[in-house]
Ligand binder design. Structure first.
Ligand code: DGP
Length: 126
């Protein structure tokens, strides 16, 4: 079933400039900004500018330019914040919540980049 994108979601409003955000990085296709409720010293949200609901929607339907740009921005965010294990840094976690079981609150695709402290195990037991 095709995704229905709700253009009144909060990140759509951020992209239209209707509400403020603390931008970390912006490119033609991608915006990265600080999470309003940070759960780690570094908590950046990376979103495509296109109208994609969640990860599989973006992965299936975005153009190659959008996909590459998005991924390169995530790498730049990690490097900017000293999170890259390849540089000898302590690492990070990326999370993309989707749908009900994923407990996605905002229905515009976003990747959380978290770091700056030990993050514990990935999931608590069910
Ligand atoms: P998720 O459960 O993955 O949909 O998380 C949505 C995240 O978005 C959550 O960590 C809080 C953040 N958030 C919600 N509203 C705003 C906002 O208006 N501005 C910013 N910067 N972040 C927001």
């Amino acid at each position: 079933m095709p995704y229905n994108y709700d253009d009144q979601n909060i990140f759509a409003k951020i992209l239209r400039g209707e509400i403020p955000n603390e931008t970390v990085l912006e490119t033609d296709h991608t915006l990265a900004f600080r999470d309003i409720h940070p759960q780690a010293p570094v908590h950046v949200l990376v979103i495509p500018k296109g109208a994609y609901v969640c990860h599989d929607h973006f992965a299936a339907e975005a153009s190659e330019a959008e996909l590459v740009d998005f991924m390169r921005v995530t790498a730049r965010i990690c490097a900017m914040h000293g999170l890259s294990p390849g540089d000898g840094d302590d690492g990070f976690r990326v999370i993309a919540n989707a749908g009900t079981h994923g407990v996605q609150e905002v229905p515009h695709y976003h990747l959380h980049i978290l770091g700056g402290r030990p993050l514990g195990r990935m999931l608590e037991p069910a």
